[in-house]
Design a protein around this ligand. Structure first.
Ligand SMILES: Cc1ncc(C[n+]2csc(CCOP(=O)(O)OP(=O)(O)O)c2C)c(N)n1
Ligand SMILES: [Mg+2]
Length: 337
């Protein structure tokens, strides 16, 4: 039985706590199912699971408002589910089916939703950071008071384009939150082996960008930091950096020899610091929910995830002619301020 941390936090209703529990558990169960389908040969190509990191995206989505934008790396299924994209469409994309968000032609790393303001899913390490900065540039230009979340990893934080983005975002005071999901590894390379200074949140200092270190295994701490960052951006003060310390339980992708860390290290994190167990503890210890209530949530999630897998299996593969569609834009979109 995992130990639970259950420090009571003020200003969060029981319903909010339950929602965070639900949203984090949905990501975990969805990812477990994706792992199973991969093992059965139903998902091909790359597949990077988000298990262990759920509190990061759920906490930050709790700080976002309708119309805010998000962009991330290839470890992207959690971000899609947390911003409200349909699990059926995500799972069908993973299995390369017509009912998927990219009609089965994008796979795990390449999904988008204009409706939910989700701009991908990017396989090139760090490439999403200038894209997120550009989204914020557009919003500033349009004067629409929106904020963009550009998520990237501790490994990506060593890419040059990240610092070009920091510079431009600071010069133009762009409303972008740079979220560094520090899960402590870049594939098999531990952060301490590749990074000169471990305090990545301070890397905005030369550009005048404030940064903050956040416990990414505590959804409420993430939400609180997210609210501060969002308020900073919306008030016109420019970008903000959040380094969110988290941990990935599974391999980097589905093929990972796992020789760079011990089983005990992973087990220790799961048992002592699991973000879902933590919120479960808060709900039960604070008497905000009973075991029965939580069982109901678990069951509802199981149904959603099973339905998404059925949908993914039943959806046909894309027709051959689809190879020639969605290559060029039919028309250049016009923006109205
Ligand atoms: C430009 C580029 N270099 C290398 C790779 C291969 N690669 C894929 S993921 C990855 C590690 C990135 O680690 P991190 O930014 O910490 O993200 P995490 O996988 O931990 O979420 C590397 C080197 C790539 N996809 N793109
Ligand atoms: Mg990493």
């Amino acid at each position: 039985m995992a130990t639970r941390k259950s420090a009571a936090k003020p200003n969060v209703s029981a319903d909010e706590l339950k929602k965070y529990y639900h949203d984090m558990l949905l990501i975990r169960r969805f990812e477990e199912k994706a792992g199973q389908l991969y093992g059965m040969g139903l998902i091909g190509g790359f597949c990077h699971l988000y298990i262990g990191q759920e509190a990061v995206v759920v906490g930050l989505e709790a700080a976002a408002e309708e119309g805010d934008k998000r962009v991330t790396s290839y470890r992207d299924h959690g971000h899609m589910l947390a911003c409200g994209m349909d699990p059926d469409g995500v799972m069908a994309e993973l299995t390369g089916r017509e009912g998927g968000y990219s009609k089965g032609k994008g796979g795990s790393m390449h999904m988008f939703s204009k409706e939910k303001h989700f701009y991908g899913g990017h396989g090139i390490v760090g490439a999403q950071v200038p894209i997120g900065t550009g989204l914020a540039f557009a919003d500033k230009y349009l004067g629409n008071d929106r904020v963009s979340f550009a998520y990237f990893g501790d490994g990506a934080a060593n890419q040059g384009q990240v610092y070009e983005s920091f510079n431009m975002a600071a010069v133009w005071k762009l409303p972008v939150i740079f979220v560094i999901e520090n899960n402590q590894y870049a594939m098999g390379t531990a952060q301490k082996r590749s990074t000169s200074s471990p305090e990545i949140y301070k890397r905005g200092e030369p550009f005048g960008i404030p940064g903050q270190l956040v416990d990414g295994m505590d959804v409420l701490a993430v939400k609180e930091a997210g609210e501060k960052a969002v308020a900073h951006c919306r008030s016109g003060e420019g970008p903000y950096i959040l380094e969110v310390k988290t941990y990935r339980y599974r391999g980097h992708s589905m093929s990972d020899p796992a020789k760079y860390r011990t089983r005990e290290e992973v087990q220790n994190m799961r048992e002592k610091n699991d973000p879902i167990e933590r919120i479960r503890g808060m709900l039960l210890d604070g008497k905000h929910a009973s075991e029965e209530d939580l069982k109901e949530i678990d069951k509802a999630i199981k149904d959603i995830v099973n339905k998404s897998a059925d949908f993914a299996k039943e959806s046909p593969e894309p027709a051959l002619e689809e190879l020639w569609t969605d290559i060029y834009a039919d028309e250049i979109p016009q923006h109205n301020a």
